[in-house]
Design a protein around this ligand. Sequence first.
Ligand SMILES: [Zn+2]
Ligand SMILES: [Zn+2]
Length: 264
Amino acid sequence: MIAQLTLPLEKAKHQFKTRRTSLMAIFLFLILHWYLSLFGQTFFLHRYSAHKMFTMNPFWERFFYIFAWVTQGSSYLNARAYAILHRMHHAYSDTEKDPHTPHFFKDAYHMMLHTRQIYNDVLNKRVVVEEKFDRNFPVYPVIDKIADSWYTRLAFAALYIAFYVIFATHWWMFLFLPIHFFIGPIQGAIVNWAGHKYGYRNFDCPDKSKNTLFIDFLLLGELFQNNHHQAGSKVNFAAKWWEIDPAYPIIFLLDKIRVIKLVR
Ligand SMILES: [Zn+2]
Ligand SMILES: [Zn+2]
């Protein structure tokens, strides 16, 4: 009788343990993917490609080019197009010429559709870009060609699905998959929408930029839009002593170990 009772109990315990482990694996993958792709975006695309806040030698430039690609995977963004759109965003912030201001759209989705259109036009050279925006960014044509192909994007999507097929133990876990597929646009939508709409202002700059959080643990400093628009070349996006830009200590360290050289 006791043996009969112990068996289902052991089975339940085992099931609980397996489910907990798989949940941890899924969350760990999601968190790692979120922060690594975000770092590729804020460190390489934003602070390096668009703003040239630091320099690095050709080896590290290629290394981080590939890093940004692999971590963004299915939602890879081209460095030239990113840099051009972002420079336009600073020059024409919150006006009609801004590629992503929340002030002309009813929601973040429609704003991002508009941004995607401009991005594709710039990427495929269908529009004339002002010369001052169209220079001084990293180029790696072989990687662009591979990364931008639909085969590659779908291969990354297949890898995310494979991870979930192996580790997910319940159907609802698969609901996280779209975050992996569209990780870049999701992060971009949050930053571009919230960062120019919600929060407080330290500086009275001419645009509508805001600082959304005191400690920007979610978007690695990208939500300090008001501080960043006030001082576009300052590598630390925090301005007050009580603000924390989590990407800055990493960039500071990379400078100390001479992977990059901060422009001072
Ligand atoms: Zn902005
Ligand atoms: Zn910027």
